[in-house]
Design a binder for this molecule. Structure first.
Ligand SMILES: Nc1nc2c(c(=O)[nH]1)N[C@H]1C(S)=C(S)[C@@H](COP(=O)(O)O)O[C@H]1N2
Ligand SMILES: [Mo]
Length: 503
């Protein structure tokens, strides 16, 4: 076999795999995102990846971690296709079996996921069929060419190479185009009429107007962090939306979106944090939320005395376990329908999500909410609890230094940041430079105990390298712990330290 014939076989294998995958992805535009071969495999990868690797991916790629995963899958498919081309040339059938296996396998994965529908098998099957046909045609032509000349010296025709290259390019670029346009297009803000008390008073700006670089008191929705396991964003519509409340209750019931909107509404200012937020990290946001108190729904359902947790399910297969006592202790846990005075965006859980002040998102903030099942901790485990994360997830007291950055000029400046101890409130923030004394920072507006607090301290920065350290004291007078702990299993701790070069 000549090198170039071998290359042509590989090229045709990649073309077959990529074109097949493209056909599968396009088909899933009709059969639903849950049936997309990419999402099925990606979802499986996400579910099976050890927590530590997932943490690394979030820390390294941030919100782009899913794009990276899809790129990796695309490259892996191209590489496996190349292998299939080689195998097909050697054994005449092995490559086709490999490609068929990949396609059918992705269909089976899609059909067995919690988000599956009866049509979930179709895109994977079609992908398999197309891939096998393309592979057989290309390799069949290659064989004919070789048979018609001396097989040891034969060069595949230019036309066959170019056709294979074009196929791989169409498959690869087509996938990029489909993933790049269709996916972000699902991130709209579909409106519905918000009931009163819509935006009774707007959140005023905070100290960020005076201190450049300081986190704004209210996070603009487009800047609000996004963390979830959903590769393609679920698209429930308000007309079809129903919330089921069942499990250990005397009165299970369902309610439609219109019925939810007709219930008494509250508006609350709440900070939401991800348990994966490292010390000083970006996965925290604050805004005004509007919704129905979960306690109102729970009281109507009437939980049995032995009930302990509320397992909330999202349309992406995610689930969270919120302690029942937390939902009933008087805090403003809600089924939120709006943030910052507008209906939720698709990425933040349209049309309705759970929001529990004082708990990390993975225990109390299920997006694309579908079901609340009242149960016990023994009886059922939530998505992340099952993967070794803490069962209850109260938010830990944290401080983040926003300014100054790592480099600044000597002279008067401001050290500033935000601190949160959601549901306990912040009573004090202290700052120290190098090994100097702890100095009390001035606190910004006290919006609520469920909301972060801006803080600032003037500093006459001397030349040289310095370390700025900040720590917060919560509303109960408890100083945040200096013990350094990673995000696993229930949230990072330790003081945020910033090293600065003063020139
Ligand atoms: N349906 C669903 N809801 C979810 C998640 C998810 O993966 N799926 N992730 C949770 C986690 S870990 C966090 S931190 C918050 C983040 O909410 P946000 O993306 O609106 O900021 O959503 C929570 N709700
Ligand atoms: Mo999270």
């Amino acid at each position: 076999m000549t090198d170039s014939a071998r290359g042509t076989a590989g090229l045709w294998g990649s073309a077959a795999a990529l074109v097949g995958l493209l056909v599968g992805q396009l088909t899933s535009a009709i059969t639903g995102p849950a049936s997309s071969p990419m999402d099925a495999v990606g979802g499986l990868v996400i579910d099976q990846t050890p927590s530590a690797l997932k943490e690394w991916a979030i820390a390294t790629f941030g919100t782009a971690n899913k794009t990276v995963l899809l790129l990796v899958i695309g490259v892996a498919v191209a590489a496996l296709g190349w292998l299939a081309g080689w195998l097909q040339r050697r054994a005449g059938w092995a490559g086709a079996v490999l490609l068929a296996g990949l396609g059918v396998g992705s269909g089976i994965i899609a059909a067995t996921r919690t988000t599956a529908s009866p049509t979930s098998l179709i895109p994977g099957m079609l992908a398999a069929l197309v891939a096998v046909l393309v592979l057989r045609w290309g390799l069949g032509r290659l064989k004919e060419l070789e048979d018609s000349t001396d097989s040891r010296t034969a060069e595949p025709s230019r036309r066959l190479v170019m056709l294979g290259g074009a196929g791989a390019a169409v498959g690869g670029l087509g996938l990029l185009a489909v993933e790049g346009t269709v996916r972000p297009a699902t991130v709209g803000r579909p409106p519905f009429e918000l009931p009163t008390p819509r935006a009774t008073s707007t959140l005023q700006p905070g100290l960020e107007t005076r201190i450049p670089g300081l986190t704004p008191l209210r996070t603009p929705v487009p800047d609000f962090f996004r963390i979830d396991i959903a590769l393609s964003i679920p698209r429930p519509e308000t007309e079809d939306w129903v919330l089921t409340i069942d499990g250990m209750v005397r009165n299970p019931f369902t309610i439609t979106f219109d019925e939810l909107l007709a219930m008494p509404m509250v508006e609350r200012d709440v900070t939401l944090t991800c348990v994966s937020n490292p010390v000083g990290g970006p996965y925290v946001g604050s805004t005004r939320w509007q919704g129905v108190l979960v306690a109102d729904l729970l009281r109507r359902a009437d939980p049995e005395p032995r009930a302990e947790q509320v397992l909330s399910h999202g349309a992406d297969g995610f689930s969270a376990s919120t302690p029942l006592d937390v939902l009933l202790d008087g805090r403003d846990a809600m089924i939120a329908i709006a943030m910052d005075g507008e209906p939720l965006t698709r990425v933040h859980g349209f049309p309705a999500r759970l929001l529990t002040p004082g708990l990390y998102g993975y225990v109390g903030a299920t997006k694309w909410l579908e079901r609340l099942t009242i149960t016990t901790f023994d009886e059922a485990q939530a998505y992340w609890t099952y993967r070794g994360w803490g069962e209850r997830g109260p938010v830990k007291t944290s401080t983040r230094i926003d300014v100054p950055g790592n480099n600044l000029d000597a002279g008067p400046t401001t050290i500033a940041g935000v601190a949160w101890a959601t549901h306990r409130g912040i009573s004090k923030v202290e700052v120290r430079v190098d090994e100097g004394p702890w100095q009390e920072a001035e606190l910004g507006k006290d919006v609520s105990d469920d909301y972060w607090r801006q803080w600032h301290l003037p500093w006459d920065a001397p030349s040289g390298t310095h370390q700025i350290t900040a720590r917060a004291v919560d509303g109960d007078g408890e100083v945040q712990t200096s013990a350094v702990q990673d995000v696993v299993p229930d949230g990072a701790t330790g003081y945020h330290v910033r090293t600065v070069q003063v020139g």
